[in-house]
Design a protein around this ligand. Structure first.
Ligand SMILES: [Zn+2]
Ligand SMILES: [Zn+2]
Length: 344
């Protein structure tokens, strides 16, 4: 089968590889749509993310949807022909985080396109049946693939306690930041402020319903947020850019007793935090790692029209043009936000 295989930095090859083999609890999925994620771009650029290094050739891609073409002997609830969104992280199911319902923190989780696990930019993948979620007929496979990044926004808003009437600041308006905008609004947030360096992303944030879009470097973001909230600050600040300065903004703009959710990760592990604000305002700083059991809710939000992930899709390329797809995603060519690869 055809696959987009990463050999090392800047060495992505479209080549033929052996199809995967399935076990009795698995389904075999004909991949149809894969979203290019920032992490895929990062692996392409540097061959690593933190401690995860691409040592052996690895298929990229983890935002996946497709059609079930075979089911294992033990599988119930899925049939050949079902259209599914694929949750990419398979935990061990037996450790303490798994047993306590926080399987995203499983130390032995196997996550698509995270070395040494192959991803989904290929024609066929195998998934445990319970991590392949059937989507209704009217949900497109592009939307189904984007249940994955939507899950990040959902988990961030849950951990941040976003609720009806919340005022929320989101720093960074890439696909994840924009997803947080839509999710916060779907959770009932009434005012959502967004910051970014790039105007086209901010226009998109406004199109999605953001209350105010602030240009980093041009606007004094902290001042603007305080003004927009009559000096009160925001209930929840969600940091999606990975920039140290944006984290400062979040801490400074959060209300006393507010929450700051850390979604974006920068290159540096050690960054400065305005600790006096954290202490004197009793802020809760909340980390998030991927997501846990978000797919059913995310599929509901999309299938009922509460969230329209299609609005993030700007470009679409066939697998044969995967290099071009990555170039668009990496450089933001032609206003690229979310680039989809059509497989098969
Ligand atoms: Zn992703
Ligand atoms: Zn586990």
């Amino acid at each position: 089968m055809k696959a987009a295989v990463l050999y090392g930095p800047r060495d992505l090859r479209l080549e033929d590889v052996a199809p995967p083999e399935m076990g009795p609890d698995d389904v075999l999925i004909s991949v149809r749509s894969v979203g290019i994620c920032g992490s895929d771009v990062h692996y392409l650029q540097s061959g690593r993310i933190g401690d995860f290094v691409v040592r052996d050739p690895m298929i990229l891609g983890h935002e996946t949807a497709g059609v079930v073409v075979d089911v294992g002997a033990n599988v119930k609830g899925l049939r050949v022909g079902d259209r599914v969104a694929v949750e990419p992280g398979i935990p061990c199911r037996t450790c303490e985080p798994c047993k306590t319902g926080r399987y995203n923190l499983c130390p032995d989780v196997r996550f698509l396109a995270t070395p040494p696990v192959d991803g989904s930019l290929c024609e066929l993948i195998v998934s445990p049946a319970d991590f392949a979620y059937k989507v209704p007929d009217h949900v497109t496979l592009d939307e189904a693939a984007l249940i994955e990044p939507l899950s990040v926004g959902l988990h961030a808003c849950r951990r941040g306690g976003v609720t009806a009437g919340s005022t929320v600041l989101i720093t960074g308006a890439g696909p994840i930041g924009l997803t947080c905008v839509m999710t916060a609004l779907a959770f009932g947030a009434t005012r959502v402020f967004v910051t970014d360096l790039q105007e086209h992303r901010l226009r998109k944030a406004e199109e999605l319903g953001a209350t105010a879009a602030l240009v980093v470097g041009k606007d004094d973001v902290r001042e603007a947020v305080l003004e927009l909230t009559e000096g009160r600050g925001v209930d929840v600040a969600i940091e999606c850019s990975g920039a140290e300065r944006a984290l400062h903004t979040c801490v400074q703009a959060a209300k006393p007793g507010g929450r700051v959710v850390l979604v974006g990760l920068g290159a540096d592990d050690l960054v400065t935090v305005p600790m006096v604000h954290v202490a004197t305002k009793e802020l809760d700083l909340v980390g998030i790692f991927r997501y846990v059991y978000t797919y059913p809710a995310a599929i509901e939000l999309v299938s009922t029209g509460r969230i329209d992930m299609k609005k993030l899709i700007t470009h679409r390329f066939p697998l044969e043009e995967v290099h071009k797809g990555f170039e668009y995603a990496e450089k933001g060519i032609d206003g690229a936000i979310k680039v989809m690869i059509e497989v098969g």
